[in-house]
Design a protein around this ligand. Structure first.
Ligand code: SF4
Length: 397
């Protein structure tokens, strides 16, 4: 398939890996954070770490939408769906994120709450039209990629004069999270998270463009390379970061030129600006309260704001004590540092949010990282519970 196959060529991957090995200077360490869960998934799935020299370290960032959603917000959504108050609609992965009291949206649904999995924001609007006697709430989550569709359905609901449709807005912003990480004590004072550069998100950057990252490069002297989600994109971005660091440069470079421009998608940005405004603060799982890091619905669209219609109040809830998701999302720990990784906590029974989505660091490690030999040994017998297509990426061997 065009734009897929040519970016999964194993021979080319090995060639880039050789260049990285030749150009990464011995005696120097390159600590690179992939902000986005899509890159975490690609790095695990295609065994990219195995192709890198020992002095190039990849650090997971907090860019997985369901991973950063705090428990309190899921509790809010469950409360909305309880007691027949509203039909709550949301995207698939959100359904399984652990909430308080051993619940999740999925488990609440099993107990009778009317919670529906949808594929797009428009599905929620349709459900509202089909159920005029019921309140319908779209539990909207995600980074800048999923924000424009939410803006569109709010505008559509207003145009249609829908009285039973609202959005519980939990959209968050990438640049604020990167700033928060760069300002964290672990990076600035303690040095426990050495960060030399970033692989910038792919899909988010198609919307916001590469321009917002210029601040990090200039202010914090950290290079950023925006990369696509295919394995060769990631390999090429790593090579570009190694070169910048060798040259003492801290610039924003764009590897994903087939989809990302400096300005981004102006139409999507203006839609978002019309419907949403910045929140003063928002709690992220792992990062805590992050100033100006999320969006709320503007007064002009207040009739479609579930927080106002239902008087939702937020209560912060601590994560399960055994779960290290917070430290993993800050780049301080790895999934294998968690005592319950792969034993008590699995994708079938996630204890923390990082084990839920394929973009979560724990789920990516569980699905691909535990069976390092599998992709080398090839096809006969994937381990129990691991689909052959998932365990053995045929494109990069
Ligand atoms: S393995 Fe499970 S419990 Fe441990 S950090 Fe990951 S999601 Fe949390």
């Amino acid at each position: 398939m065009k734009y897929i196959d040519e970016f999964r060529d194993g021979e080319v991957a090995r060639g880039i890996a050789r260049r990285i090995g030749e150009e990464a200077q011995p005696g120097r360490t390159y600590n690179l954070m992939e902000f986005c869960g899509g890159h975490t998934h690609a790095i695990s799935r295609y065994g990219i770490k195995d192709l890198l020299p020992a002095n190039v370290n990849m650090i997971h960032g907090p860019g997985c939408p369901v991973c950063v959603l705090p428990i309190g917000r899921i509790d809010n959504a469950i409360q909305l769906a309880s007691d027949n108050k509203a039909i709550v609609c949301t995207y698939a992965d959100t359904m399984r994120v652990p909430a308080s009291g051993g619940l999740s949206l999925m488990k609440a649904k099993a107990r009778g709450a009317d919670i529906r999995m949808i594929y797009s924001a428009v599905d929620a609007l349709r459900i509202a039209q089909e159920n005029p006697a019921r309140e319908v709430v779209f539990f909207a989550i995600g980074f800048e990629t999923t924000t424009p569709p939410t803006a569109i359905v709010i505008r559509q609901a207003k145009a249609l004069g829908l009285k039973n449709f609202t959005v519980f807005c939990n959209h968050v912003l990438t640049p604020s999270a990167i700033t928060h990480i760069l300002e964290s004590p672990e990076v600035r004072e303690l040095g426990t998270v050495p960060l030399d550069g970033f692989i910038g998100p792919a899909h988010v950057s198609t919307v916001i463009g590469s321009q917002p990252y210029e601040y990090f490069a200039e202010e914090y002297q950290r290079p950023v390379v925006i990369a696509g989600f295919e394995p060769l994109d990631v390999m090429q971005a790593i090579l570009m970061l190694v070169r910048q660091l060798n040259d003492g440069r801290a610039e924003v470079e764009n590897e994903f030129t087939r989809a990302v421009t400096r300005e981004g998608n102006e139409k999507a940005k203006s839609l978002v600006a019309e419907v949403f405004e910045l929140r003063k603060s928002f709690e992220w799982r792992g990062l805590g309260e992050v100033p100006y890091s999320a969006l709320r619905i503007k007064d002009a669209y207040a009739d479609f704001d579930a927080e106002r219609r239902f008087g939702i109040t937020y209560r912060s809830v601590a994560d399960n004590k055994a779960c290290e998701c917070g430290a993993i999302l800050r780049g301080v720990k790895k999934p294998t540092d968690c005592k319950v990784f792969g034993t008590v906590c699995t994708p079938e029974n996630p204890i923390g949010s990082c084990m839920v989505s394929s973009e979560g660091a724990c789920a990516a490690h569980y699905t691909y990282g535990r069976f390092k030999d599998v992709k080398i040994k090839a096809a006969e017998s994937p381990p129990a519970g691991v689909a052959r297509s998932a365990a053995i990426p045929t494109e990069v061997r």
